[in-house]
Design a protein around this ligand. Structure first.
Ligand SMILES: C[S@@+](CC[C@H](N)C(=O)[O-])C[C@H]1O[C@@H](n2cnc3c(N)ncnc32)[C@H](O)[C@@H]1O
Length: 234
């Protein structure tokens, strides 16, 4: 599916504008929480081929593990410029940074063992399309690791976030009322775990994987057996 050009340009424009301030704006939350969450997320990375979506100013670069080949992409030239600077401070041979749209990746099917993103699917204009592309480029059995903020669980807070989402998005390019766990499932990933990280479950750590063919057949067989058993009970 073709990405929505106007929506994608809106997001790119907002991040290009915000890029010079981004690290300063995130400084406190980065120190208090994000750094710890990133450490935990990167611990699970399986190589050799890893894709980071929405690398931004390169805040994950210090966490890149040795011995894996990392391709990191972003929509915004100004964000990526800052990531390039961070990479230059700690040069690594096996890291490639490039401009690309997560909704229309140019990588071949099944190219990566792990696809990872931190605080990105709140901004990708069509998140299900981006997550479908992530699935396509992941090998069967490969994994998706995400840190994301999304719509809160408690209903009163969720209602406020839904109201504030359109102006917030217009100003910043960020959606604050995304249903990212549902989006991951809708894109075809099999979810392994969702760990709430903050009050109201606004921030969550998501681990999912691309079902391998043998596993898919086994799942289908189990579903069919369960269906038969259930029918036999009635
Ligand atoms: C909130 S920032 C997060 C940056 C970084 N991952 C971090 O943890 O600090 C979101 C990033 O996603 C990028 N982004 C948004 N939509 C994208 C898309 N369709 N394809 C690639 N990158 C995208 C933005 O340009 C921005 O750099």
């Amino acid at each position: 599916m073709e990405p929505n050009i106007a929506a994608t340009e809106h997001t790119r424009g907002r991040y290009n504008r915000i890029a010079p301030l981004y690290d300063a704006m995130e400084g406190v939350v980065e120190t208090l929480w994000y750094r710890r969450w990133r450490t935990r997320l990167w611990r699970d990375v399986v190589g050799p081929h890893v894709l980071e979506l929405g690398v931004g100013t390169g805040k994950n670069i210090p966490f890149y593990p040795p011995g894996v080949q990392i391709t990191a992409i972003d929509l915004s030239e100004n964000m990526l410029k800052r990531a390039r600077r961070k990479l230059a401070e700690r040069p690594r041979e096996n890291v490639t940074l490039q401009i690309a749209d997560a909704q229309a990746l140019t990588f071949a099917d099944a190219s990566f063992d792990t696809v990872l993103a931190t605080f990105v699917f709140c901004s990708v204009p069509d998140p299900v399309q981006g997550l479908r592309e992530a699935l396509r480029v992941t090998r069967p059995g490969g994994q998706l690791l995400l840190l994301e903020h999304m719509l809160a669980r408690p209903e009163p807070l969720a209602r406020i976030m839904t109201r504030l989402d359109p102006p917030f998005h217009w100003l910043s390019g960020v959606h604050i009322a995304r249903r990212t766990v549902d989006n991951v499932e809708a894109a075809g990933w099999s979810i392994d775990s969702v760990t709430p990280l903050s009050p109201g479950s606004i921030f969550r750590h998501i681990v999912a994987h691309r079902v391998a063919p043998a596993e898919g057949e086994r799942d289908a067989r189990e579903r069919s057996d369960k269906g038969l058993a259930a029918r036999n009970l009635h």
